[in-house]
Structures are given as structure tokens and as C-alpha cells.
Write a protein of this length. Structure first.
Length: 454
């Protein structure tokens, strides 16, 4: 498609180019225009879009492209785009813009929109209020179905969704919910209060946005009402916003779980310095913490010198312990993010992971015992390996895996309890701790079991 667009542009077939662009989905247009290297050409193509397509496409751009376009727009063009986009999208755009452009954007919005944007921006970052839109259709309980349809036709043009309609009283308190489907299935003279759903699930403006995504996923909502502390309806969260939240939260968790500071920029648009800054602190912390591992090995240097064959099994034991802890931590973090477990389930989780660790440890130890004896000793003719050395290694596996599972499930839950993101206590961090524990267990068991080390 990009090649076709560029060819039409080079051949100056502007009419065909304009028709082609306006037939495309706004998300595809945004992706296509972002791939253009020439900023002037991108602006030229954007100006070919219809008013509605231009607004829908503008929302799909990343913040850098939006900033470039705003700088290129005249006030008239900027006002035309802002008039067509939803308030929550406008608030998202403003949050990413430098102060000079924010003033210009607000200057080119009408007073009502400006007030709505400022209302959204006052809510804490990552709260339900910060991603809601005040553009919804509300009905009254004494309305007939005919009255409701008249109101939907009159107000629905500028609303983000009209399928779900919320019922409020004179003071805007949320008292019920209905859908266009329900309205269509009732007679025109039927009153909304007779069939509306009164058990309305809502979310408070100050609750975490992730809770909204969990609730909407649980109940299969297309939209969710957002209420203030007095249960007054102030906005709604739609499914497209929730998908964005899920993507952002998952990306942030993945970055934290792999020892990186979260960044919202697209990979190819993140500078080398920014990438370095997001990775270096954690790498430094993990590197320094790994010095404890070196200290443990140094402490037992004499024992290793006495029986050097033990050195060959240290990497295997440390890797297995780290992997075991990582499995437990990822599982628990995932369960917490889906609200499957809470801190009150701590002892149940620990008891389960200890049993799982014991089962995994015994299974791996049994396989490893045979492998060491048959492969390392008999096949590779390594006579240094004795039955007691084999036993010490296998006992270490059982104990370290149980410890690793305990640490892997405990740290994320404790982190959340004291207010940290559980994702921070993930594989790299846990692996470093488990490595040290594995060495202490290995040298402790080896010293107790192998006579040469006494």
C-alpha cells in the first residue's frame, strides 16, 4: 500500500491518492503515514483526509507524530481536528505534549471541551478518572422508550458510544442501566424504570485504571460507568480505552520483570540514551548484588580446591534454582494481576508452592542422579564422581528448588503488601537471591555428606 501511495504521489494523481487514503481504515492510514520519512509529505497526505477521517487518524498516531503535525497545522486546521475527536482522546494527547503546544491546543478548543479536558487531567495518573470520557448518553427512569430514542438521536451524534445507556436521577446519581437492544425489544410506551437493570457495577474515579480493565474483562462490558464519591455519574470507560490500558500495563510489567525501567515510547523511536537509562540501573543493582555470590564461592574456595569436580555442577544448580524461582514468581504475579489471589491467601500460596517445589525437586533429583552416574561417571569416565557426590548434588536440587519456590511466591506478594509493584520482584531479582541460596545449600550439604570436605 505504501508503494502504491508513493507511486500515485510521484505521478501526481492527487484525486486517486485522496480517494485511496479516505477508503482506508484510520489505523492503517496512521501506520502508513508514520512510515513516510518526509515530514512535509506526511502533512500533505494528512490534509487530503476528510474531516472525520483526519480526526480518527490523528488519534492513532504516536505522540511524536502528533506533535509534528500540530506544529505544522494552522489554528484553523488544529481546531477542525480537535472538534472531531473525543474529550478523553484530547486529554491523552495533551498529556504527551510540551507546555507550549498544550496552551495552543487549549486555546483552540471551545470552553465546554476545555472544561471537560481539565476535569479529566485533574485526576491522578493511571486512575479510572484519567481514562474516562464525559461523553455518554444518560436517561431518566420515568422516560418512555419513545422518549429515550428521541434523546439518543438528539445527543448520540457526539457521544463515544450509545449502545449502553445509564439511568440517573435529578442529581445525576447512577440508579440503573439499559441498552439499545433492551429499548428495541420494548414497546414505545413502556417506562424505563420497569425494565432497567438496577444492580449497576461501576468504578470510582480514583480507583486504579487496571481495576477497570479487570472488571470489564470479568463482566464482558463494552463500557463501564465511572462515579464520584457520592455515586454521581461523571463519565464512562469504553472498551477501546481498556484495551490500551491492558497493553500499557502488560508492557510495563514485562519491562519490570526483565529488569528495565518502564518506557512508553515505541522501540525504534526510543533513543540509545533513553534505552541505556532504562536498563543500566537494574543491571548495576543486579551486578552489585551478584558480588554476594562471588563472596560465597570465595568462602568455600578451600573445599572446592579439595574436590574440584564440584565446580562443574555449580552452573546447573544455580540455573535450576533461578528458573524454579522465576516460574513461581511469574505465576503468582499473573494471578495477582487477575485478582485470583490476595495477600490473605499468602499461606495457602506458600504451602502449595512448597509442595510443588518438593515434587519438582524429587523428580529432577531422580533424573539427575541417574544422569550423573551413567553419563558423567560411566560414559565420560569421570572417576572423581562418587555416590556421595551424586547424592549431595541431588539433595541440593531438592532443597534449593523448595527454597526457590518459597522465595519466588513470597517476594511478589510481600512487595504488593508494602506498596511496591510485584513485577519488580521478578525473575532477574529473584534469580540473584536464589543463586546465593543455592550455593549456601550446596556447600552446606556437600560438607555434611562428603567425608573429604569435613
Amino acid at each position: 500500500m505504501l508503494e502504491q501511495v508513493e507511486q500515485l504521489y510521484e505521478e501526481k494523481k492527487i484525486g486517486e491518492l485522496k480517494a485511496l487514503l479516505n477508503e482506508m481504515n484510520p489505523a492503517d492510514i496512521a501506520q502508513l503515514l508514520e512510515e513516510l520519512d518526509n515530514e512535509k509529505t506526511r502533512v500533505f497526505f494528512f490534509r487530503m483526509l476528510t474531516k472525520e477521517n483526519a480526526a480518527d487518524t490523528f488519534v492513532e498516531f504516536d505522540s511524536d507524530t502528533q506533535e509534528d503535525l500540530i506544529r505544522a497545522f494552522s489554528d484553523t486546521e488544529l481546531r477542525a481536528v480537535l472538534d472531531e475527536i473525543y474529550v478523553d482522546d484530547a486529554a491523552d494527547i495533551i498529556e504527551e505534549m510540551p507546555a507550549t503546544l498544550v496552551k495552543r491546543i487549549l486555546r483552540n478548543t471551545d470552553p465546554e471541551t476545555r472544561l471537560a479536558i481539565n476535569t479529566i487531567l485533574k485526576y491522578p495518573e493511571d486512575s479510572a478518572g484519567s481514562i474516562m470520557t464525559p461523553e455518554f448518553v444518560d436517561l431518566k427512569k420515568d422516560m418512555t422508550v419513545e422518549d429515550a430514542f428521541k434523546r439518543i438521536r438528539r445527543q448520540g451524534v457526539d457521544k463515544e458510544t450509545i449502545y449502553t445507556c445509564y439511568v440517573t436521577d435529578a442529581s445525576r446519581h447512577l440508579i440503573g442501566v439499559t441498552t439499545v437492544k433492551e429499548l428495541l425489544l420494548h414497546e414505545y410506551e413502556d417506562v424505563i424504570s420497569d425494565f432497567m437493570e438496577t444492580n449497576v457495577i461501576s468504578i470510582n474515579t480514583l480507583e486504579d485504571q487496571e481495576n477497570a480493565s479487570i472488571l470489564m474483562s470479568k463482566y464482558d462490558f463494552l463500557a463501564m460507568p465511572v462515579v464520584d464519591m457520592e455515586n454521581r455519574l461523571v463519565g464512562i470507560i469504553t472498551i477501546d480505552d481498556v484495551i490500551d490500558v491492558i497493553q500499557e500495563e502488560n508492557t510495563e510489567d514485562i519491562q519490570k520483570m526483565n529488569a528495565m525501567l518502564p518506557t512508553e515510547k515505541v522501540y525504534l523511536k526510543t533513543s540509545v540514551f533513553e534505552t541505556w537509562r532504562s536498563r543500566f540501573p537494574w543491571l548495576l543493582l543486579l551486578m552489585v548484588s551478584a558480588t554476594f555470590t562471588g563472596s560465597i564461592i570465595t568462602t568455600f574456595e578451600d573445599k572446592l580446591a579439595t574436590l574440584t569436580i564440584l565446580t562443574a555442577f555449580i552452573p546447573m544448580l544455580m540455573d535450576t534454582g533461578g528458573n524454579s524461582g522465576g516460574q513461581a514468581s511469574v505465576t503468582v504475579i499473573r494471578a495477582m494481576s487477575l485478582s485470583e489471589i490476595e495477600f490473605r491467601d499468602y499461606f495457602r500460596v506458600v504451602w502449595k508452592e512448597i509442595r510443588v517445589g518438593f515434587a519438582c525437586g524429587l523428580s529432577l533429583a531422580a533424573v539427575n542422579f541417574i544422569k550423573i552416574w551413567v553419563v558423567d561417571r560411566m560414559l565420560f569416565k569421570n572417576d572423581e564422581i562418587t555416590l556421595l557426590i551424586d547424592l549431595a548434588i541431588c539433595l541440593t536440587l531438592v532443597v534449593e528448588i523448595v527454597f526457590a519456590k518459597f522465595i519466588g511466591c513470597s517476594l511478589p506478594m510481600l512487595a504488593k503488601k508494602i506498596g511496591f509493584d510485584p513485577a519488580v520482584m521478578s525473575s532477574p531479582f529473584i534469580t540473584t537471591i536464589v543463586d546465593a541460596v543455592s550455593l549456601l545449600v550446596f556447600f552446606g550439604i556437600s560438607t555434611a555428606v562428603i567425608p573429604q570436605l569435613h
